[in-house]
Design a protein around this ligand. Structure first.
Ligand code: ATP
Ligand code: MG
Length: 162
């Protein structure tokens, strides 16, 4: 079905903002107006961002968690979940989407969680034809970008064929 990504992100924020507040984190939201609808599964899209925002809050002790969405070149909706948390060492970045992988196990254990979150996130992103990218600086923060293709409508098609 057609899904309004703004509604998805707002639902995720409403479910996570209390936890952020409890930790004294600032939540910054920057969602462009009038984003095109995405073709997909609203609940699964929500699961993607719930995981990313929960991670951002869980692995950040101070500062800001930022959630952004914007249109890039009419064809891609780019979403960004960024934090000012502990970050992920460069040599561990390639593994974080693997099932059960957790950075610095001794430290992560105190946070609960199973290490399945990002593996599921990646699958769900791909199910929607999207791509997920991560960059991180230990001690500074982490940034996840998820790009979704804006589905070509029949109208686009006709215009493109002119
Ligand atoms: P689960 O999501 O299953 O409850 P989890 O959060 O440990 O458990 P993932 O979400 O798959 O598992 O994340 C894998 C690992 O990547 C985490 O254990 C954590 O070490 C690291 N990680 C994920 N997101 C962040 C982030 N925003 N900042 C720092 N480290 C992160
Ligand atoms: Mg997680």
């Amino acid at each position: 079905q057609w899904v309004d990504i703004t509604e998805v992100l707002e639902s995720v924020l409403s479910k996570t903002s209390l936890k952020a507040k409890e930790k004294g984190l600032r939540i910054q939201v920057d969602i462009e107006d009038d984003l095109p609808l995405l073709y997909g599964d609203g609940l699964r899209l929500e699961q993607i961002f719930l995981n990313l925002v929960e991670n951002a809050i869980r692995y950040t002790d101070a500062g800001t968690v930022s959630v952004q969405a914007k249109l890039v070149g009419q064809k891609i909706i780019k979403t960004i979940v960024e934090d000012t948390g502990r970050g992920i060492p460069e040599d561990e970045l390639p593994y974080i989407f693997e099932r059960f992988y957790r950075v610095e196990k001794s430290r992560s254990r105190q946070h609960g969680g199973s290490g399945l979150g990002l593996a599921i996130v990646k699958k769900l992103v791909e199910l929607h034809g999207g791509v997920i990218m991560v960059s991180s600086q230990p001690g500074k923060g982490t940034r996840f970008e998820v790009d979704f293709p804006v589905k070509v409508t029949l109208q686009d098609h006709e215009e493109g064929g002119k």
